[in-house]
Design a protein around this ligand. Structure first.
Ligand code: FES
Length: 117
């Protein structure tokens, strides 16, 4: 498989700059794109802002005990690590790698990504 190349964009200097709601999720802009950031067991995970099913705002959902993000609209579930539609409806959620570095928190967008969100 071809190795993915990422372009990294700075999201914040540190975690306290991210405005998480009580559900530990936040809707943020990275390089002009709205994405959803979730804080799960001290790990930051990122995915598209909108649900691939019918556009539900994922940051308004929640993360369940198994670590799946649950869409607020129809409750489809997605694995935040690999985008798999763990409730089985056959959709795929675009996820993004997040790195916490000395210089801040960075989100990686694939280069030459034809995927639009
Ligand atoms: S819009 Fe997300 S499950 Fe339907």
């Amino acid at each position: 498989m071809k190795e993915k190349k990422y372009k990294w964009h700075k999201l914040a200097d540190n975690i306290s700059e991210i405005n998480f709601s009580s559900n530990k999720m936040a809707k943020v802009q990275v390089a002009g794109k709205p994405i959803c950031i979730a804080l799960q067991n001290e790990t930051l995970l990122a995915c598209t802002s909108k649900c691939p099913h019918a556009g539900g705002i994922l940051a308004d959902g929640f993360v369940d005990a198994s670590g799946n993000i649950v869409c607020p609209l129809h409750r489809y579930k997605f694995n935040l690590h690999n985008g798999r539609n763990s409730s089985g409806e056959g959709y795929f959620l675009k996820t993004f790698p997040v790195e916490i570095r000395k210089e801040g928190i960075f989100v990686g967008f694939e280069e030459n990504n034809l995927f639009n969100w």
